[in-house]
Design a protein around this ligand. Structure first.
Ligand SMILES: O=C(O)C(=O)C[C@]1(C(=O)O)C=C[C@@H](O)C=C1
Length: 354
């Protein structure tokens, strides 16, 4: 990777037209400081601009883990990081940084359409392009196009797509072209040689807004809850038992990915997006069951779905179904249905008959 210091030096504020509120605890200073994968011109910056309140200070960092670390140290009030790409899948650096270290919570998600521009320094001709600098996820999304357009071209990884464009513009690059966003084309002195390239048109990347633990966003009926859970035993059926905790309570999952625990080869944890909010009874019941089975579970926030798709609540799994069930058991224990638990009566000894 091309190295750069953290945080990157330039800072910018969100325009007055930006949203005015942002979920999570109040900022420490007068202005909300939002750390993100920089420099300016990344797709992550586009995600930040969807949610940054007016006057917020945008603080570019060299990686998503650096942005989350700065949040843990209190150097920024929020961090925005890519978490899932529709082509490449989960963003491991973000998933792992959220799962380890002091707890943080996701308070919002944003989606950004991802399409790339192949840029060069002014004067570079297509036949001069042999090495292309970009973020590994961007490369993965353009691999076929590159192979067809520049057969044999080599990928040079950069810390972000915008970092590639910036290095090229500064004359510091050890590559001839960069794959970056359209915003980077306007931000840096580079020329697009090919516009809007990608192997899969329609690709999107999902980003999360992360806050220190505090007030969670209220439920909307269209929410997600993110957790990370370790399998307690490595034996047949363990994953099935884990998944049953959701299935029997009518709780759907929108993402499940395995991540190595880091302890030993073959030891895995699971990063899971649950459909529903932690205030909902069926989600709580699933989490209780999950914790009973695997106490090594980390809660990473409940937040509104960006697509607004409402949770399907199956018959018997509504909040009032759980409340009625609990009330019935409580009634039983207090003499309802003629039941009486007498602690002075000794338990019958076995066998009861004969
Ligand atoms: O490099 C950027 O511009 C980023 O915002 C990072 C990132 C990623 O991590 O997936 C975001 C969207 C694209 O999929 C490519 C790269």
């Amino acid at each position: 990777m091309e190295a750069a210091s953290t945080p990157l030096s330039s800072r910018e504020t969100a325009p007055p037209s930006a949203p005015t509120n942002i979920p999570g605890p109040a900022p420490k200073g007068e202005r909300m400081r939002i750390g993100f994968l920089g420099p300016f011109g990344t797709f992550t910056e586009q995600a930040v601009r969807q949610i940054a309140p007016a006057g917020a200070e945008l603080v570019p960092m060299t990686s998503a883990p650096h942005a989350l670390a700065a949040l843990r140290r209190g150097e920024v009030d929020r961090a925005v990081a890519p978490i899932e790409n529709s082509i490449e899948g989960g963003v491991n650096a973000t998933l792992d940084s959220l799962a380890h270290g002091d707890p943080l919570v996701i308070v919002a998600e944003m989606v950004v359409p991802v399409v790339f521009q192949l840029v060069v320094r002014p004067g570079t001709r297509p036949e001069d392009v042999h090495k292309i600098g970009t973020h590994p996820h961007a490369w993965a999304q353009c691999r076929n196009w590159v192979e067809q357009t520049f057969p044999g071209a080599i990928h040079v990884p950069t810390t972000s797509t915008a970092a590639g464009a910036q290095l090229l513009a500064n004359g510091d690059a050890n590559f001839d072209a960069a794959l970056c966003s359209a915003v980077s084309v306007d931000t840096y002195e580079v020329e697009p040689l090919f516009r809007d390239v990608a192997d899969n048109p329609g690709a999107v990347t999902r980003f999360v807004l992360v806050a220190p633990p505090g007030n969670l966003p209220a439920p909307t009926g269209a929410d997600k809850t993110t957790i990370q859970v370790a399998l307690p035993v490595n034996e047949s059926g363990a994953l099935l038992t884990l998944l049953e905790q959701f299935a029997v309570r009518g709780v759907d999952l929108s993402r499940i990915e395995s991540r190595p625990s880091g302890d030993a080869l073959g030891d895995y944890t699971f990063s899971i997006d649950i459909v529903g909010h932690v205030v909902e009874e069926r989600v709580q019941a699933a989490l209780v069951g999950l914790h009973r089975y695997s106490p090594e579970v980390r809660f990473m926030g409940s937040y509104p779905r960006v697509d607004g798709r409402r949770s399907v609540v199956l018959p018997g799994t509504r909040d009032e179904d759980f409340q009625k069930g609990r009330a019935w058991v409580a009634d039983l224990l207090h003499g309802g249905d003629g039941v009486h638990i007498d602690s002075s009566t000794p338990a019958p000894s076995w066998p009861l008959l004969g």
